[in-house]
Design a protein around this ligand. Sequence first.
Ligand code: APR
Ligand code: ZN
Length: 363
Amino acid sequence: VTTKIRAAVLHAINEPLVIEELELDDPRPDEVLVQIKAAGLCHSDLHYINGSLSRPLPTVPGHEAAGVVLACGSAVKSVRPGDHVVPLFVPQCGSCESCLSGRTNLCRYFGVPESEPRIFRAGEPVGRSSTLGTFATHALANERSLVKVRSDAPFNRIFYCGCGVTTGVGAAVFDAKVQPGSSVIVFGIGGIGLNVLQGARLAGASTIVAVDTNSEREAMARKFGATRFFNPATCDGDVAAALLALTEGGADYSFECIGNTAVVEQAFNACHPLWGRCTVVGVTPNGKMSSFNPQSFLMGRSISGSIFGGAKGRRDIPRMVDWYMDGIINIDDLVTHRIKLDQINEGFDMMRSGESIRAVIEF
Ligand code: APR
Ligand code: ZN
């Protein structure tokens, strides 16, 4: 027995996604069948479409969503039919060495290739992103890749907690642990950077500099907490030197939210030489390198990275949803476009052109 689904399928790099009818297998004992209600278009999906990250094709992309449980395998304990859920691209099994270590949010199941196909097209296997594949009317998720959330929160907002919101807010609050009164520079004011801005504001940073080559992002940046806006295109000299001057000696924290190896270097060199901490949030292309002067590390600058904002999905997403419902974080203004599954390619065009912050597919 299978469920017939409609899904967007990536058949070849740099080609439009194709909307097709596919078959989704029935839940195994540890799996849950989810009806997807809202799915976000994230920059990481675009990385797979344009080939800067790669995976076997054909595949159903999409990893940022919210939906309702339709059916559960016999061993599933934490959710039941009717529950509202957010799928997790970083699982949280809760019992592996990583989950128990208290040192990482990356469960040992993160990024592990799937042993068996779960989606089929005329009997042939089709892959899926992040063991989810949310650009579809339905998805199967292992219980460890799902969290129950309150049922009064709108799907077309909380889908974003499944990736962008948590990644950005968490990078500032959970990973970098921005301190009250500190200074912060955020490079790249897109769907992720705006969330780092609001995370920095939430943490009480007093100077927040937004850096983007697109000056049209200034108004949004200020709405989400930036106290200054800097466009590197307007500066002839070294971007890091200009920002060191602008922050009177370097920021306490900097964040790279683009995925550009040259900007990672700027972000590192723009933070305070004795204690500045640079956090890499953007996903750089496979194989590309950044370089640093190791003497900077001796002096005290540091650099680290953040996946999914250091959050553990089953623990932290319900809290993110509460923060949204309590007005502590703003999601409404980030969801700039509401589209249907058939418009998914136009949605990615808007991402490429910078017209959208977040487009959401509503089912
Ligand atoms: N310097 C400054 N800003 C830049 C530069 C640059 N060299 N290049 C691009 N930008 C700006 C763009 O103008 C845009 O506003 O970076 C922003 C990137 O925003 P989005 O395209 O919306 O990307 P986003 O969804 O925020 O993702 C950023 O994080 O999770 C990862 O995979 C994701 O690597 C991607 C990154
Ligand atoms: Zn685990």
